[in-house]
Design a protein around this ligand. Structure first.
Ligand code: SF4
Ligand code: SF4
Length: 295
């Protein structure tokens, strides 16, 4: 760990213990966590605390059975130079930005939108918004990729290289959540740059940090209102456009655009997923149908 990261780690640790907050990612996850509840859960991402160690990337890969990234310091130096997007084998990625206030590291993954464009676009409801906020993906996906073009954050990715390709993205560690666990990324973050809780809790915590640190944070929580609100909320020391966030998203949930969108695109483009659905259903039903027909 270089000197700058070490100082940031110390600063973040002191902020967590001396800042008047009893908040802990473990407390909210282990004690307040209710998989049967109806409140949305999410992650508060405090970019002022992130030191770019990429442990969250590694934990994400381990939890999801993905290729484990090399997060040695020498590799991080070159990896972080690139502004990265999630891929079909990397559901969490960190990028580094040089800003007016110095270096800022930004973790990115699915925002788990309150009203997701991806779920609204999915014809077979393979993408689901769970009542506890997570946006998950099921095996009945037909590979139409409408979720990809409906996501304002360019998150779902298609496994182009696989014989039976699927859509891949972060599901906020859905299985771990149902067993009372924390998302893998939150569990390993050494600086509490990632904190898990109900959306209400993390929003309150974000507002508390801004109120108690007006010199440290800009007065904006990204995701509070963008695209109708998200369950991933971000704090920053600089305007969000300096760290790669779009300014043009607005506050209207993306599903509200979808009707107009579907009428606006060429007819064949609308029909294509329906054709694919028919093919998918026909393929899946073939064996059964034959048996019935010939039985
Ligand atoms: S583990 Fe925490 S500090 Fe390290 S890169 Fe991820 S968010 Fe940043
Ligand atoms: S960020 Fe994209 S993939 Fe994630 S919930 Fe929102 S629309 Fe869906």
């Amino acid at each position: 760990m270089d000197r700058r990261a070490f100082l940031k780690l110390m600063g973040a640790t002191m902020a967590g213990t001396a800042g008047g907050s009893l908040w802990s990612p473990r407390l909210s996850g282990a004690q307040g966590h209710n998989p049967e509840g109806k409140e949305f859960y999410g992650i508060l991402v405090d970019t002022t605390r992130c030191i770019g160690c990429r442990r969250c990337e590694k934990a994400c890969a381990e939890v999801n059975g993905l290729p484990i990234p090399d997060i040695s310091e020498s590799t991080n130096e070159s990896v972080l130079k690139t502004k990265r997007k999630t891929t079909d084998t990397q559901y969490t990625v960190i990028s580094r930005y040089e800003t007016d206030s110095g270096t800022v590291f930004v973790p990115r993954r699915c925002m788990h939108c309150n009203q997701p464009g991806c779920t609204a676009a999915c014809l077979v409801k393979a993408m689901k918004k769970r009542k506890t906020g997570q946006v998950t993906w099921d095996l009945n996906c037909i590979g139409c990729r409408l979720c990809m073009i409906s996501c304002p954050f360019d998150i779902p990715k298609f496994e182009y290289g696989k014989a039976i390709p699927r859509i891949q993205k972060c599901n906020l560690c859905w299985d771990r959540f149902n067993q009372g666990g924390l998302p893998g990324c939150v569990e390993v973050c050494p600086t509490q740059a990632l904190m898990f809780g109900t959306r209400r809790q993390i929003l309150e915590e974000g507002k508390r940090r801004i109120a108690t640190g007006p010199d440290k944070y800009i007065d904006h929580i990204f995701g509070e209102y963008e695209v109708g609100g998200t369950s991933h909320l971000y704090l920053s020391s600089v305007p969000f456009e300096q760290i790669g966030f779009r300014k043009d998203l607005g506050t209207v949930p993306y599903p509200e655009y979808s009707t107009g969108f579907l009428y606006a695109v060429p007819f064949i483009f609308v029909l294509w997923p329906i054709v694919m659905l028919g093919i998918n259903r026909a393929t899946k039903g073939n064996g059964k149908g034959k048996d019935e027909h010939h039985g």
